[in-house]
Structure formats: structure tokens, C-alpha cells
Design a protein around this ligand. Structure first.
Ligand code: C2O
Ligand code: CU
Length: 459
């Protein structure tokens, strides 16, 4: 048909009026101040910093294999950035201010967009001055759903946290960089809670099967937990499924940034106690989450749950041949260190303390010019962490997950954060398959800010 003026015009009008791809709306994630009732009723509310003004931030739930995009809007008076804790992500999207991106200034924006190769329980949090920004509330859950979900009645995300508050004012106590706390166990709160509530509770029926996704979003607290009125299995650690569910028979330890996915069956009868108990500083066990058992039984007791489907790339081959590098964890109160290298200069401990630095990783204090190690892309990396301090540390690698390696060479679960007790050591191995500059640090955020941060490069 020949083009007439009329046909041409109609043709134009018939073009879909969709926006070009570059103008598609990216959902916003706004970091901003907000007022939240953290302390019990009767105490003042707390000024927090929250994503979209919420504490915890909005829960993001997406299918495995999809693409996530969020436009960070900085509604704070200070620069910030978002880290998508330990998604195997493009380096440019990792959110580490000063290493993978510039911090986003007040009023600024940054577009994050990336693929989600792995299903599991993840979280996101600020990664600019995180010692303060995470403590003020900048974190949220990121759940990547399996295409075939496990056979459960309910899926609950429990963000464990503690807050250090002044009871009289409801304000966050003290200064976030308190040197006493940074050189000891870190900033520990005086109020424990889940999902922003000190009195978090759930309702359930006997024999109900729940998936509890525990995320430790605290600055420094290691949660030690027990199940009451429930039996459970650990099915995933740090997002990564275990080959076989492991019955919960002892305490469940969740170090800062770690995640533990449990499948639990409620065994308590209606009206009898069930709870997630937490070891308290006064040596007692207190309900962190009360589970109110009501109504008729939900079904007959069930068989042991099936394992979650594995994620891709969970094998770590070639560990025996890989070069072993030792990373010594040094410093801190009651131990100190002879000297360390900070901002390109060797300094004795006293000088480091004057600069607000208390810790070192193999003699290096804080992120230096050169990486701790360089790996060729695809190489198998092997690191032994030796804790030469009197405090536990939760060592975390960005961008890749590692497996623990036992003395006999056998491999343990795949994780991204490992708790190493005082005077102990642990070996891990991973395939350095994700190119870029990746941070490696203690997730006790006050430690990370005072020396316990380094980085590796994969090229
Ligand atoms: Cu949760 Cu450096 O990260
Ligand atoms: Cu530490």
C-alpha cells in the first residue's frame, strides 16, 4: 500500500506510546530519617535512618534468575551507598564506597541493577560509614525465591538486631565510633529485637511447618539461639542450601551478617509455650520471638524436610593444589600488636590507637593500596584465617561464597561470613570467578572501621 499523508500519520499514532527503555521507571529505595517506636510503649520513640523510612527496610522478594533494579535516593545529610550482601553480583553494583563506586552525596541518586543467580536469604545494607549507618537502621531483607519452593506452611523473615538506646530519650546512645567499643567486642545493644520489634511474636498451630529465615543485622552481636516447643532443621547457611537438612540439636549461632534458614515444626500443643530463645547477657535464655500456639492441629507430624534445590556453581574444585595464604587477625584490647601498616606508613600500636585504629589483617591496618591477594579469574583461592586476638570475628568476603575446609581436606558448607573464635583458625576456599575488587572484612562493623578491612582482586 502506498504511503499517503494520512496513512503515515495514522501509522505514527499507532506506535505504542511506551517510554524508551532508558526511561523505564526504576523503583526507588530512599534512605532517609524516620521516627520509629523501638523501645517499649511509654519510652520515647527513636530517630532512625531507614530505607523508605522503615526499620527494617522494605523486604525485597524476587524470583531466582531475575534482575533486580533499585534507584537509591539519598535523603540523608551524609553520603551513602547500598551493598547487596553477598549476592554474586557485578563488581560495579557491590556498593562499597571508595572501592566499587563513589559515595552518593546527600540528595543524590544511584541506579543499582543486577542479576540474581542464587536463591536464598540475603540482605542489603549501607556500605558507607556502615559502623554508624547500619546501627541507625539502614538494612533490609532481600529474599530470592527458589523456582520450586519447599513444602512449608509459611515463610517468615526474621531480622535479628540489637539497638543501643538511651532509655530517657529513646535516642541511640553514645557516639557510633566509640573507641572503647571498637577495640573490644563492638557496639552491643541494650535492646534486642526482630524486624524492628522488641516483642516480636508469631502465631502458629501445632504441627505447622515454618521456614524461618534468620538474618543477623546487628553491628556486633553474635546471637545464640534455641528452639522451644519446636523441632527444626538447618536447610541453608548464608543463602546457600545444605546438601542435607541438619537437625537442630544444639544452639544455633548466628554471627553478624550471617543467615540461617531453618525449617521448623511446631510441636507444642495449643496454649503451651513455644519460642525462639536467645541467650541473654545475664546468663539466662529469653524469648526473642514468642510463638503463640492456637487452634486445632494443622496436620499430622511430617517427615524430615527435603533439601532445598542447590544453587549453581557450588563446587570448589582444586583446593589441594591451590596456594594457601594465611591472614592473621591481630590487635584489639588486651592483646594489641607490635606494629601495623596504616595509610602507607608503619606505626606502632600506640600511634595506631591515636589514629583510631585497633586491628590489623596480616600487618595491614585498613584497606591499603595493594590487595591482600590477586587471583586470576577462575583460580581456586585458599585462605587460612588465624585469630590471634582475644575476640571472635565474623570474616566476610564480598562477591563470592567460600567453603570451609577441614584439616583432612573435606569441605564444609558454602558461606559468605565465617565466625572465628579467639585463638582459633579456619580455612576456606573459593573459586575466584567473579572479576573485580572485592572487600574482605570483619562484619563486626566497628572492627571493620578500625583496621579489620582488606580487599582482594580477581582479574
Ligand atoms: Cu555485609 Cu562488606 O558487608
Ligand atoms: Cu572483628
Amino acid at each position: 500500500m502506498p504511503f499517503t499523508r494520512r496513512a503515515f500519520c495514522t501509522g505514527l499514532a499507532a506506535l505504542p506510546l511506551s517510554r524508551p527503555a532508558w526511561a523505564q521507571e526504576t523503583p526507588l529505595l530512599t534512605a532517609r530519617p524516620a521516627t520509629v517506636q523501638l523501645a517499649p510503649e511509654g519510652y520515647p520513640a527513636t530517630e532512625v535512618w531507614g530505607y523508605d523510612g522503615l526499620l527494617p527496610g522494605p523486604q525485597i522478594r524476587v524470583p531466582q534468575g531475575s534482575r533486580l533494579s533499585r534507584r537509591l535516593v539519598n535523603g540523608l545529610q551524609v553520603p551513602t551507598s547500598v551493598h547487596w550482601h553477598d549476592i554474586r553480583i557485578d563488581n560495579a553494583m557491590d556498593g562499597v564506597a571508595g572501592l566499587t563506586q563513589d559515595p552518593v552525596p546527600p540528595g543524590g541518586r544511584f541506579d543499582y541493577a543486577f542479576e540474581l543467580p542464587d536463591a536464598g536469604t540475603y540482605w542489603y545494607h549501607a556500605h558507607t560509614n556502615s559502623m554508624e549507618q547500619v546501627a541507625r537502621g539502614l538494612s533490609g531483607a532481600l529474599i530470592v525465591e527458589e523456582s520450586t519452593p519447599p513444602d512449608i506452611d509459611r515463610d517468615e523473615v526474621l531480622m535479628l538486631n540489637d539497638w543501643l538506646l538511651e532509655p530517657e530519650t529513646g535516642r541511640f546512645a553514645g557516639d557510633f565510633g566509640n573507641p572503647m567499643m571498637r577495640s573490644h567486642a563492638g557496639r552491643l545493644g541494650n535492646l534486642l529485637g526482630i524486624n524492628g520489634r522488641y516483642d516480636f511474636s508469631l502465631e502458629a498451630r501445632q504441627n505447622e511447618r515454618l521456614r524461618l529465615r534468620l538474618i543477623n543485622a546487628a553491628n556486633a552481636r553474635i546471637f545464640m539461639l534455641r528452639l522451644e516447643g519446636m523441632v527444626g532443621w538447618t536447610v541453608a547457611l548464608d543463602g546457600m542450601p545444605l546438601a542435607q537438612p541438619e537437625p537442630v540439636s544444639t544452639e544455633i549461632i548466628v554471627a553478624p551478617a550471617q543467615r540461617v534458614d531453618l525449617i521448623v515444626d511446631v510441636t507444642a500443643e495449643a496454649g503451651t509455650p513455644a519460642a525462639l530463645l536467645s541467650y541473654a547477657d545475664d546468663d539466662s535464655w529469653q524469648a526473642l520471638a514468642e510463638v503463640t500456639v492456637t487452634g486445632p492441629k494443622s496436620s499430622a507430624p511430617r517427615a524430615v524436610p527435603a533439601p532445598l534445590p542447590p544453587n549453581p556453581r557450588m563446587d570448589v574444585p582444586g583446593v589441594a593444589e591451590a596456594e594457601l595464604r594465611e591472614m592473621r587477625m591481630e590487635g584489639g584490647a588486651m592483646r594489641g600488636m607490635a606494629s601495623g601498616r596504616f595509610e602507607g606508613q608503619d606505626m606502632d600500636f600506640q600511634k595506631l590507637v591515636q589514629r583510631g585504629q585497633f586491628w590489623a589483617l596480616s600487618g595491614q591496618v585498613g584497606r591499603g593500596e595493594a590487595p591482600f591477594a590477586r587471583y586470576a579469574q577462575g583460580e581456586t583461592a585458599r585462605i587460612r584465617w588465624v585469630n590471634d586476638t582475644v575476640f571472635p570475628h565474623a570474616m566476610h568476603l564480598h562477591g563470592m561464597h567460600f567453603r570451609t575446609v577441614a584439616a583432612d581436606g573435606s569441605q564444609g558448607p558454602m558461606r559468605d561470613t565465617l565466625l572465628i573464635k579467639p585463638q582459633e583458625s579456619a580455612e576456606v576456599a573459593f573459586v575466584a570467578d567473579n572479576p573485580g575488587k572485592w572487600l574482605l572484612h570483619c562484619h563486626m562493623l566497628g572492627h571493620a572501621a578500625s583496621g579489620m578491612t582488606t580487599w582482594i582482586e580477581v582479574a
